[in-house]
Design a protein around this ligand. Structure first.
Ligand SMILES: [Zn+2]
Length: 96
């Protein structure tokens, strides 16, 4: 029972990380994707540009930057390894 729960938790985290990688930007939480806030009194409402997203209405989602940095690091490591295997001569080349 607890093992199944663990599997569901791992699957949920994996889905969350995949969604962060595919959709790094989401609606701004402060202005709820409006791009502006209503300030002032009820009689004189005044629309102010959201200070968090600066009117873009979209913000980078929590931990999406870390996920992309990690993906970039893995990609560079793989390219580096591929370059190393290309450069080192194999045993078949040495015998010639
Ligand atoms: Zn905003």
């Amino acid at each position: 029972m607890s093992f199944h729960l663990f599997l569901y938790a791992v699957a949920a985290v994996a889905l969350w990380l995949a969604s962060l990688y595919l959709h790094p930007f989401g609606a701004c939480l402060r202005c709820r994707g409006q791009g502006h806030l209503i300030r002032g009194s009820k009689r004189k409402p005044k629309a102010v540009t959201c200070p968090r997203c600066k009117g873009a209405a979209r913000c980078q989602r929590f931990a999406s930057k870390t996920v992309h940095q990690l993906a970039r690091r893995v990609r560079r490591y793989r390219q580096h390894q591929a370059r190393l295997t290309e450069r080192t001569p194999s045993h078949a080349d040495r015998n010639l």
